[in-house]
Design a protein around this ligand. Structure first.
Ligand code: SF4
Ligand code: SF4
Length: 380
């Protein structure tokens, strides 16, 4: 039982409840599946009660326990608020590994894992279609100091983000290449608890980047970035010989070194912190620095921003099994964005971008929704 390794942490829970209700903010709820389903077993405290019962042999792991675990968007809000600083994400992952081992992975997620194994992407799209968005093939498979790691979602579903990231790097005069054999980095597999599959994906990605001779990997996807920065070194038990940055960080650094100047764009924007980028990797300032460096742009923060940001509901592949959680959370966050009266809602993640596009469509709003790459590609 992998959960056994987290026993001390599980038993340290005080059952105080700060991980789903914030008393200082009028008991404001922070956990998407708990908000949607209303049962404690969907939130952190309830999951730790389940974990303790599993460890004590008072509960058997079954499909209903798995159903609770895979309703989690992995937003990290509970861990950020935990009164005991417990590594909640690591505890949930250990529980998921046990779920996988005992054969209770929800069927739709099994299909996602199979698609990654067969096609190298979670959507079951053909390998050949991956680079169909590229304006030309001259950067494909070459060697360069900088590598643009596009990610599966920008490559297949949010191609405006892929094109914009490409355009930004070209406009900066960056010497960059793109892997012709790019495939899933392993992030979705790890999030499901499929560790050996995630390790295999991380290994082949690592080898491809090494072959490309890249010193810096730039990506517009926080999930891929988290894989490179945190998960790949752990899975492969090695220090990576290259740096990895989000496109927003790359731009913020170029600004700092006076290597880029943006054109004027009169706009009032708000920025949503993607959970993997913000709470996950602590990247809060770089996207804001990049956006506010555009002359005449005004940034208005949402009522919850930075570490207190609320999830868009689209992390952890939740929409494959709990579309209700994904939609309700996206609608709640969209309402917070609209409250700012901004003309444009920005994020720095293809999953958040999808969430906001769908939430906007559901309300018939005219407010613009853009990824930070798309916004900055228009002014670089
Ligand atoms: S905040 Fe931490 S210690 Fe308190 S109930 Fe939640 S998990 Fe347990
Ligand atoms: S990570 Fe987010 S969705 Fe998952 S239990 Fe914690 S607060 Fe809820």
């Amino acid at each position: 039982m992998t959960l056994g390794k987290r026993k001390d942490h599980v038993y340290s829970c005080l059952r105080c409840g700060f991980c789903f209700d914030l008393p200082a903010e009028g008991n404001r709820r922070i956990c998407p599946p708990y908000i949607t389903h209303g049962f404690e077993s969907y939130g952190a405290r309830g999951k730790l009660v389940m974990a303790r019962a599993l460890l004590d042999g008072a509960l058997e792991l079954d499909a209903s326990v798995a159903e609770r675990l895979y309703a989690c968007t992995e937003c990290g809000a509970c861990e950020a608020q935990c009164f005991k600083y417990l590594p909640l994400g690591a505890i949930y992952r250990a529980m998921k590994m046990d779920v996988v081992e005992q054969g209770f992975l929800p069927t739709p997620l099994g299909g996602v894992a199979e698609a990654i194994g067969t096609y190298g992407n979670p959507y079951g799209k053909s390998v050949e279609a991956r680079h169909a968005w590229l304006p030309g093939n001259h950067r494909l498979g070459g060697k360069a100091k900088v590598l643009l790691f596009v990610g599966c979602t920008p490559s297949y579903l949010r191609r405006g983000i892929a094109r914009s990231a490409y355009r930004v790097l070209e406009a900066l005069g960056t010497d960059f290449s793109i892997l012709d054999e790019e495939g899933c980095c392993g992030h979705p597999l790890l999030s499901m608890g499929l560790v050996s599959g995630a390790r295999a994906a991380a290994q082949s990605t690592f080898e491809a980047v090494e072959r490309a001779g890249a010193e810096v990997v730039v990506t517009p996807c926080p999930g891929c970035l988290r894989t490179f920065r945190e998960e790949m070194p752990q899975l492969l038990n090695r220090v990576l010989p290259f740096e990895t940055v989000h496109l927003a960080e790359y731009l913020a650094s170029e600004l700092e070194h006076h290597r880029v100047r943006f054109r004027r764009k009169s706009s009032v924007v708000t920025y949503h912190d993607p959970c993997n980028l913000g709470r996950g990797l602590g990247v809060y300032d770089a996207p804001r620095r990049a956006v506010t460096a555009v002359p005449s742009v005004r940034l208005i923060e949402m009522s919850r921003a930075g570490e207190a940001s609320f999830c868009c509901g689209h992390g952890g592949f939740v929409r494959a099994v709990h579309l209700d959680v994904a939609k309700e959370s996206a609608a709640d966050r969209w309402a917070e964005a609209i409250d700012t009266k901004a003309e444009c809602v920005l994020s720095a993640c293809p999953a958040c971008n999808t969430a906001f596009l769908e939430a906007r469509a559901a309300t018939g709003s005219q407010v613009e929704v853009l990824d930070i790459a798309e916004f900055l590609a228009g002014v670089v």
